[in-house]
Design a protein around this ligand. Structure first.
Ligand code: BTN
Length: 258
């Protein structure tokens, strides 16, 4: 019951993010519960949180491991359609800042929104927009953070994932981390609403810029140097023939440094 609302609400320093909490000890995926709550009119900032997911979902139809000891949550936000490109920036930046506020670790972002520590993935983000008749009703920001787990026991992620406890050598308080995450999300969201762009902050955290990468976009493999990320959230890839390719959605793999 670590993540129960009474624990999370104690000394939570936000106005609306995380003030309404839907808590489950275990569930298939927080995304579905958040979707239902959003359509029923749940307040902006509502968070669906659980100790364990039994069918956690990742990007591109992948699954997401969510054993107890980690953070799995979905946030309901109601941004305008113009602010949508900033939502991926908001989510990855908020996680990065929260990890750094709660621990001594330094975190970076791998486009579009994986959070890495020392080159390994510590957090995945899944954003789903809910539309009716072409109108954006709300956005669900799903965040999974490997906090207290040993990634080496899960063969499928052992080589590519890490956790906060694995990096630090001691457990981390999930309550403190979620509270810090809520604070960072709220601040960044208010910045967006006040007309600020998160682009520069997101770009500064991007660990792939200037590196040789492989990008899979719609099943097509592209290779080149990750030259920049644009204000609309896309990746600019410089291919070996000199051409510049704009990639709106895809998966990046860093190629080993020579
Ligand atoms: C990815 O890296 O592929 C995204 C992973 C997103 C995982 C989170 S955990 C909370 C929320 N519920 C889910 O089923 N998925 C997201």
């Amino acid at each position: 019951m670590e993540l129960a609302p009474e624990n999370l609400l104690q000394n939570l320093n936000t106005r609306f993010v995380g003030r309404n909490i839907i808590y489950y000890h275990s569930l298939p995926s927080t995304m579905e519960i958040a979707r239902g709550a959003g359509w029923r009119g749940a307040a902006e900032g509502t968070v669906v949180i659980t100790e364990e997911q039994t069918a956690g979902r990742g990007r591109r139809q992948r699954s997401w491991l969510s054993p107890p000891g980690g953070i799995a949550l979905s946030l309901i936000l109601r941004p305008t359609i113009q602010h949508l490109p900033q939502m991926i920036m908001l989510a990855s930046l908020a996680v990065t800042y929260a990890i750094e506020a709660a621990t001594s670790l330094k975190a970076g972002i791998k486009w579009p929104n994986d959070v890495l520590i020392r080159g390994k993935k510590v957090c995945g983000i899944l954003i789903e927009n809910q539309l009716r008749g072409g109108v954006l009703e709300f956005t669900i920001v799903g965040i999974g953070i490997n906090v207290n787990m040993d990634p080496s026991v899960y063969l499928e992620i052992a080589d590519i994932a890490t956790s906060l406890s694995a990096e630090l050598g001691h457990p981390v308080s999930c309550i403190e981390l979620v509270q810090k995450l809520m604070v960072e999300v709220e601040q960044l969201y208010l910045d967006i609403r006040a007309g600020q762009s998160l682009h520069q902050r997101w770009r500064e955290r991007m660990v792939i810029l200037g590196r040789e990468v492989q990008v899979i976009e719609d099943g097509k493999v592209e290779q080149g140097v990750a030259e920049d990320v644009d204000g609309d959230g896309s990746l600019l890839l410089r291919r070996s023939d000199g051409s510049l390719l704009r990639i709106v959605a895809g998966d990046v793999t860093l190629r080993p440094l020579p």
